[in-house]
Design a protein around this ligand. Sequence first.
Ligand code: GDP
Length: 424
Amino acid sequence: MVKAIVGACWGDEGKGKITDMLAEKSDIIIRFQGGSNAGHTIINDYGKFALHLLPSGVFYNHTTSVIGNGVALNIPYLIKEIDELVSKGVPKPEILVSNRAQILMPYHILFDQYEEERLGKNSFGSTKSGIAPFYSDKYAKIGFQVSELFDDVLLEEKVRRICEQKNVLLEHMYHKPLLNPEELLATLKEYRDMVEPYVCDTVSYLHQAIKEGKNILLEGQLGSLKDPDFGIYPMVTSSSTLAAYGAIGAGIPPYEIKDIITVVKAYSSAVGAGEFVSEIFGEEADELRKRGGDGGEFGATTGRPRRMGWFDCVASRFGCKIQGATQVALTVIDVLGYLDEIKVCVGYEIDGKVTRDFPTTTELAKAKPVYETLPGWNCEIRGIQKYEDLPENCRKYVEFIEKEIETPITMVSNGPARHEIIYR
Ligand code: GDP
């Protein structure tokens, strides 16, 4: 049985916590897209962790973590993340890296920085992890696949060819130091030695696991609104964030993904630039940011303060729809306990007309939020384990959202820790 855990909006919905939680009953957890550009914050018996490249299932002894072919594989980063876990007392996880994954090269990180620098105030707000240059190269067919590390002749020729091309840009467009092919080749040989113990044919492995009826989780990064096709293009990420892409980024049949658990946060937050209709500012935003998540809403990768906003029904409904959500985990609802009244964005006003459908970015830029105000519950709800025990106004808030997003909310998360979850 394959389940996907994905985000409905801009990311940071709390997928890490839900994955960590569901991993308890899973055999295999797979990362299928993105790279080390976003992070999951996880709190469990070993402490607090910010994972970027490893799947959130690495804390159990019984699970295997797979870095699928769709991932942007930063090899030194992967090794660093494994070492960090082990140094904090987590048993060394079982990790498999797809031989078809492509390698995030040191120059991808440089190009990401140089391009953001060149764009200046028009920059994308990239995390500068090299993700956009990585995927550009992959689809331009000048990427390095892990398997290629093991072919010396091919590697040497390709390194020379690619340095020549990159150096034209470095010299004439960015005016930056050039790449040295000998150095790059030596780096790739180091990468080979680092990654070799983990490399395997993950496609055969996963197909066999499916045959054996193993429980498999696909862990998405970011959310629907950062998808290059359906998100707030161009302020999106460079790989698909949708559950459907899980089939491609892991190499499994699409019809095997039976359950798409979409994580929705009880309010909105976003990092980086881009349209955000229900965004709030000033003191109102500061207060929510300070109380949000676990110890405040600050980026897990960059530490940047997140942009804050009220719950957006239009964006969340679209986000669930495009994921193909079968059920929703509503997270961080405990944070809203300080409010007397809670605003919820129920429509977008565009050119004087109100719509409930999430539009393309050009239309979105003109959208103004239409709010409805719901009563708050004004108390701490952490520690509550049964849905019936939640304050009435809190249940009403959950049920209002459920109706708006047109997907059953089966889990309500009322705290950051693994077991702070209410099943409905
Ligand atoms: P992800 O990228 O989707 O995994 O999300 P992040 O890890 O970036 O953000 C979620 C943040 O909220 C983390 O700090 C979590 O520890 C925290 N969190 C998750 N669920 C809850 C919850 O129900 N309540 C509270 N207060 N914090 C939560």
